[in-house]
Ligand binder design. Structure first.
Ligand code: ADP
Length: 470
């Protein structure tokens, strides 16, 4: 069998990358051909993504991919969820693309009230968060009523990049399922939820399930002959698809990056008052199965704190040094309350952490190492409480936590998670979302039978670091 080369475009909130996966029938080699920073930018009190800038980087990355692998077969896109492009019938954006950390939806979120929150959870299985697409679209319509006539389509970020590549406007299911607008008991849009938020149903098409071919790439000169593939568009769904999980379903999945997302695969959603109280979000895998998960504030805390200290590590060695210095400090007696809204997007993370600790009469860390220790211990405690909630609600006993994402390289966080959850952690230093993205392309191209057989083969080549509870 000859080697097949597939490019994953993986867009994260803080960085994007183009990674080529080369599959020889049993092993996958990854080659990161392009990495670029991503950030939202402020304009007159609001936050926006630089979509043309991202597209420029995606094109540059795909050209590099083609240069290095002239026989590049396909490309798939995954990205963060909830944010979207409102476009006219030809796909031309008609409204600026807000970033989910924009606080424009705060009042609408508060106004939902208990009964609104419960109703929408019953309909969609997604708890209320200010950044939900539902509230974002409601705010857009309220502040710009003319948008109802102007916009014809709502495309999520991966959907929009698929459109730029293939010319096809498709709403992919995994990313749609995070919008708080999909029927939790089916796989279509929820009419009652759309009506509740006042959103036109005509902005969407029935959610499509991958993996499948969208068609040839038409939007990037030089990439003729490359196939655009519909993969699980939500990066978390792609990361979960890559997990070298045991077929018995006894693993918890943790994608640790900007956010910490701890979840499971399940045949049914986890619903009811307890699930809502735990803020379990019933999102979907690319194939439509349920992916109940709990999202906690993750390494965004550290990322933002490092801005205050103006000392973000730039090399793996510098990261190791930072983590080692944090590991050398004592575990603080009082951990951060990660539910505190003031940590969501503060002007200064250090200032917000200090203010919370002062309110709770807890000591303020003396230096960067102690802040990093506090953040790792607090994020790990969030992982443990999410694991306990998922176990209680699903009635399943989980044997281990499989961890991917940038955080899997943070050994302090991995060990603290094992300790707090009393479960072994297997951490895979792999770009989970990109691997799941590439796996879906291999299935669509007929190179691999299905995700299960990909997982089986791929897990043989991985060498996870293991952390046992102490
Ligand atoms: P996202 O996809 O959400 O942007 P990533 O999965 O890339 O996030 O994870 C980014 C985080 O991973 C960073 O904020 C940092 O804390 C952590 N990280 C990245 N590289 C390393 C490293 N070499 N050692 C320890 N932590 C790391």
């Amino acid at each position: 069998m000859s080697t097949v080369h597939c490019a994953a475009v993986d867009l994260g909130a803080t960085s994007g990358r183009v990674i080529v996966g080369s599959w020889d029938g049993s092993r996958l080699e990854l080659n990161e051909v392009h990495r670029f920073p991503n950030q939202f930018r402020s304009l007159a009190g609001h936050e926006y993504w630089d979509i043309p800038g991202l597209w420029t980087e995606v094109r540059a990355g795909l050209h590099k991919a083609k240069e290095v692998h002239p026989k590049l077969a396909s490309v798939g896109v995954d990205a963060w969820a909830v944010d979207h492009v409102l476009a006219d019938a030809r796909g031309r954006p008609v409204y600026p693309v807000h970033a989910y950390r924009d606080l424009r939806t705060a009042a609408l979120s508060r106004d939902l009230g208990r009964s609104g929150i419960e109703k929408v959870y019953r309909l969609t299985g997604v708890p209320n968060y200010p950044y939900n697409t539902s509230l974002q679209l409601q705010e857009t319509i309220q502040s710009c009523p003319g948008i109802i006539g102007t916009a014809k389509r709502c495309l999520f970020i991966p959907d929009y990049f698929n459109f730029l590549l293939s010319g096809r406007m498709v709403n992919e299911l995994s990313v749609a399922s995070h919008s708080q607008l999909i029927d939790v008991n089916g796989t279509g849009w929820s009419g009652p939820a759309l009506r509740f938020f006042g959103i036109p149903s005509g902005w969407f098409r029935p959610p499509a399930r991958g993996p499948r071919r969208l068609g040839p790439v038409v939007g990037v000169p030089g990439l003729e002959g490359v196939t655009s593939v519909l993969v699980a568009g939500h990066d978390t769904a792609s990361a979960f698809a890559a997990m070298p999980a045991a077929p018995e379903g006894t693993d918890l999945y943790l994608s640790s990056g900007t956010w910490s997302l701890l979840g499971i695969e399940n045949d049914a959603p986890l619903l009811g008052p307890r699930a809502l109280a735990e803020r379990i979000s019933n999102e979907r895998m690319g194939d439509g199965r349920y992916r109940p998960l709990k999202s906690c504030l993750g390494l965004w805390l550290l990322e933002r704190l490092l801005l205050d200290f103006a000392s973000r590590p730039t090399t793996p060695a510098a990261w190791r040094q930072l983590i080692a210095s944090a590991a050398g400090t004592a575990v603080p007696a009082v951990l951060l309350d990660l539910g505190d809204a003031s940590l969501f997007n503060p002007a200064s993370m250090r200032g917000a952490i200090d203010a919370q600790l002062r309110r709770r009469r807890a000591p303020i860390p003396r230096d960067l190492a102690r802040y990093a220790r506090l953040i790792c211990a607090s994020v790990a405690a969030g992982h443990a409480s999410a694991a306990a909630a998922l176990s209680g609600l699903s009635g399943k006993a989980f044997g281990r936590i499989l961890m991917v994402g940038g955080g899997s390289q943070n050994r302090l966080l991995c060990q603290a998670t094992a300790d707090a959850a009393s479960l072994p952690v297997k951490s895979y230093a792999l770009e989970g979302a990109a691997v799941g993205n590439i796996a879906a392309q291999l299935v669509a191209l007929g190179e691999v039978r299905d995700h299960a057989s990909f997982r089986r083969k791929y897990s043989r080549q991985l060498e996870p670091a293991e952390y046992y509870p102490r």
